[in-house]
Design a protein. Structure first.
Ligand SMILES: [Zn+2]
Length: 406
């Protein structure tokens, strides 16, 4: 077997195509594989498959997997055929080793996709000796084509969240299937229109917005408006963690204000008030007990935080309703304006807060994905475009089937 026929076999090239020549360049650390075909060969018309004569050719080059330390390239005169059926005109034949429009072979692209799941795109690009823009283009192609195949007809319960895109100024909104724990859709912005865009995308993937029974979200006005308009049958559940976070923020503000008046007494109390009682160190526990003995606003706000958390431990929707009512009447009458604000928020979101006792949905998983996306963003020192960030989110949580050659 000579090297030409060896490479023909190794590359899986079938007649009438074959390797015509192989050239090593030690200086350029480069391997060039020339692919051609026999004079008079016919190729299947890409439209109908009929064997058709070659009309003309154009030369193209593709980057292939390295051959040891050599960068390998395939070069071929790609034929255009003239089909006997005149309606099909003159068409370029599809080569088996690459997809149309790519400068990489399929195997090289498979390597790209494997690398970018393990390392920042810039690092993968540097390793492969390619500009990262070309790598992003490959990612975009595979994400788009995998999403084009995705079927969302079974989606019933969704969750949504926003995450910062660049320098905390821009946002993207992410929409998840809560049962499959899968990112379904990402889009720029965080206004109510993003929910509409999500439902359009859902429909494009055989999904039915009317079939969505539940939506889990934070208490953002934009998402509430969007869900109300675009997901008519979705019961809203407000994420419990977001509500508790509101209460913790209020508590932190109260503590910070009070600490200005009683700096010595309040020393070392910051984390004690934020933690749950069971997680306190003995020292923090003692600090809290001491402070709760004074008539401090912080201590009262802290007890109201615990009472609000306790609502979520109610054994039933009915019991939770009673606990939340009790909490509300205490909170709205207390002398602490930050806590009264939380009470108002609770009242305005009453139904969706208690919906949790039916749906048990929370956005904990979304927060985890959010953390992974932000970590990837930090490793990459940011992404040049929002599209890149969204594609990275799909790589992390989209559970996409890329149908890559192996
Ligand atoms: Zn044809």
């Amino acid at each position: 077997m000579n090297s030409e026929s060896l490479f023909t076999v190794a590359l899986g090239i079938t007649p009438p195509l074959h390797v015509e020549g192989v050239e090593f360049s030690k200086e350029n650390k480069r391997l060039d594989i020339k692919i051609g075909f026999q004079r008079g060969a016919t190729f299947a018309c890409p439209v109908c498959g009929t064997a058709a004569p070659v009309h003309d050719t154009s030369e193209k080059t593709w980057r292939h997997l390295n051959f040891f330390q050599f960068e390998a390239y395939l070069t071929a005169r790609v034929p255009r055929v003239k089909c006997p059926n005149a309606d099909h005109g003159v068409k370029q034949v599809q080569v088996p080793w690459a997809r149309a429009g790519s400068g990489f072979t399929l195997l090289f692209e498979a390597l790209v996709m494997a690398l970018v799941r393990e390392m920042p795109v810039k690092a993968a690009a540097a390793m492969l000796g390619e500009h990262d823009t070309r790598i992003w283009r490959v990612i975009d192609h595979y994400v788009q084509s995998a999403r084009a195949q995705a079927d969302y007809s079974e989606v019933r319960r969704v969750g949504m969240d926003e995450t910062s895109a660049r320098r905390g100024q821009d946002y993207i909104s992410l929409f998840f299937d809560m049962d499959e724990r899968q990112l379904l859709f990402g889009t720029a912005g965080h206004d109510h229109e993003t929910v509409k865009a999500f439902t359009e995308d859902l429909k494009a993937h055989n999904g039915v917005p009317e079939n969505i029974t539940d939506a889990c979200l934070d208490m953002s006005k934009a998402f509430i408006k969007g869900v109300t308009e675009a997901l008519p049958n979705a019961e809203i559940t407000f994420d419990p963690f977001h509500l508790i976070k509101h209460m913790n923020d209020a508590l932190s503000q109260v503590r910070a204000e009070e600490a200005k008046f009683y700096p010595e007494m309040m020393k070392g109390s910051r984390y004690a008030f934020l933690k749950n009682p069971e997680n306190l160190t003995p020292k923090q526990d003692a600090t809290l007990h001491r402070l709760c003995g004074y008539r401090l606003k912080t201590a009262r706000a802290y007890l109201l935080k615990l009472a609000l958390q306790d609502v979520y431990f109610a054994p039933s929707h009915e019991e939770a309703t009673i606990r939340l009512k009790n909490w509300y009447s205490r909170a709205i009458r207390c002398q602490i304006k930050q806590v009264r604000e939380v009470a108002k928020t609770v009242k305005n979101h009453w139904h969706g807060i208690l919906s949790w006792f039916n749906s048990q949905l929370s956005n904990g998983f979304l927060e985890a994905v959010n953390g992974l996306i932000q970590a990837a963003k930090r490793r990459a020192r940011g992404y040049r475009t929002t599209k890149n960030l969204i594609n990275m989110a799909y790589l992390i949580a989209g559970k996409l089937d890329f149908r890559l050659p192996t």
